[in-house]
Design a protein around this ligand. Structure first.
Ligand code: ATP
Length: 437
């Protein structure tokens, strides 16, 4: 994991927040390459959920909502983790994650293992961040930073359904920031207090929920394979009765084998009619669906798919990271799926003369005009330039050489196979776009 963290810093994927002030704990900033990777993950999700389907609509609800929303959803009373504090070293942990925790003192052992550890009883800690709406800091103006995007979809269920003229079954997808005051954030960008979620709520007729649950579980697994994650690194974990969230009838986590063990990447949940029914009760407004064919009225059940975008980006980084030897030289490669790669093509003039830089710059302009994210590099040996792009995950490097001015062809080198293909200068954009799909 240290190698990935160091690559992320070195190449501008992820920086620690407020680093010049000593850093803000477990908050991370996405640098030039990281922001592209994260956006590519989010775009791949959005296009498969919203653009490729006619039964899912997009929504972008506010982060701040009416505080009653969080009473109705059960988050004010129930969105808690068990907090354990050691009275000797003053460190705090999640009581249900003790196996991953380490003591603050040396030698660092599991909490409770030193002779004078004094852990006490776990107490419940609410994970929602509170703030105040307006200029007066009083109880009446308390609002929360949303801990999930889902509630925005529930309170807008009828707005979306009626304006888009969707019929149940249909879904609402959202991408957006969520905030949780995690007791033990960590493992780099795996668990942070501010993160982006990609969540989809699928509204179905009660009784058809189990079938839709199976359908969405399969769809999500396939999506992770489709964006290039190795299938053997993914598995399913069904929640037992003690693990289920207060709203869930069934829940399955899609887990990835990180360097720190198998951990949740995405959750698929059958949330029943819990949320819509509670919002009806707390708001006094009906959230009933009336079937236009049969006239039946019911509160739909919801099957939710919930993924962290930063966590999915971390999976792509971990899954793609390789160290290899090529012709006796070590190389580090980020084998990202080309659709996720921040830069799709790097253009190099082999030499800084013979008109090669000019041709390279022309090609770069053409790639940019075609909205293919590309970069230019003329510094150092060609081998070093390849290595820089390998680490950034760039799938193709295009080299302009002496032959280019003779026959208007260039070489395109493939990051993974190292194969070099001679392609007409005028066909480079098409060649790349074809491979991006
Ligand atoms: P955990 O049990 O690990 O705290 P959770 O089961 O509460 O997570 P969900 O509420 O199902 O998580 O959230 C959906 C998804 O959002 C998770 O699968 C994960 O990818 C992402 N996520 C949740 N919490 C965080 C976090 N603190 N930092 C980054 N991503 C997160």
């Amino acid at each position: 994991m240290e190698k990935i963290v160091s690559l992320c810093k070195r190449r501008g994927f992820v920086f620690q927040s407020s680093e010049i002030y000593g850093g803000a704990a477990s908050v991370w900033d996405y640098g030039p390459l990281g922001v592209e990777l994260r956006r590519n993950v989010a775009d791949a999700w959005w296009s498969s959920m919203v653009h490729a389907r006619d039964d899912i609509e997009g929504l972008d609800a506010g982060i701040l909502m009416h505080p009653r929303v969080w009473e109705a959803s059960g988050h004010v009373s129930g969105f808690t983790d068990p907090l354990l504090e050691c009275k000797t070293c003053k460190k705090r942990w999640r009581a249900d994650h003790l196996e991953e925790a380490g003591c603050a003192r040396k030698p660092s052992v599991a909490p409770g293992k030193h002779a004078d550890c004094d852990l006490g009883e776990p107490r419940l800690f609410n994970l929602m961040f509170k703030t105040f709406m307006g200029p007066v800091e009083e109880d009446a103006s308390v609002v929360y930073l949303r801990p999930e995007t889902a509630q925005g979809s529930y309170v807008n269920f009828l707005n979306v359904q009626q304006t888009s003229r969707q019929r149940v079954p249909f879904g609402i997808a959202q991408l957006g920031k969520a905030f949780r005051n995690e007791i033990t954030p960590g493992n780099f960008i795996f668990r942070t207090r501010e993160f982006e979620q990609a969540e989809m709520q699928f509204f179905v007729k009660p009784g058809s929920d189990d079938e839709w649950f199976d359908y969405w579980l399969e769809q999500r697994l396939e999506w992770h394979h489709w964006i290039g994650i190795r299938p053997e690194k993914l598995r399913q974990h069904a929640h037992g009765p003690n693990e289920l969230a207060h709203y869930a009838k069934t829940a399955v986590d899609l887990e990835y084998e990180f360097p720190f063990g198998w951990q949740e990447l995405e959750g698929v949940h059958n949330r029943t009619d819990f949320d819509l029914s509670r919002h009806q009760e707390y708001s006094g407004k009906r959230l009933l669906y009336i079937d236009p064919g049969s006239g039946e009225r019911y509160v739909p059940y919801v099957v939710e798919t919930a993924m962290g975008v930063g966590r999915a980006a971390l999976v792509a980084l971990v899954d793609g990271y390789r160290e290899e030897e090529v012709e006796g030289q070590p190389r580090v490669v980020l084998g990202l799926d080309p659709r996720l790669a921040p830069i799709k093509a790097a253009v190099f003039p082999l030499m800084k003369k013979f008109g090669q830089p000019e041709i390279a710059r022309e090609l770069l302009k053409e790639l940019r005009g075609a909205r293919v994210p590309a970069s230019y590099d003329q510094a150092g040996s060609i081998g070093r330039r390849y290595r820089r792009q390998d680490e950034a995950g760039t799938p193709w490097c295009v080299t302009i050489d002496r032959q280019t001015s003779e026959d208007r062809t260039v070489t395109i080198r493939d990051r993974d196979t190292l194969a070099q293909e001679r392609v007409g200068l005028d066909h480079v954009v098409g060649w790349i776009r074809e491979r991006l799909g």
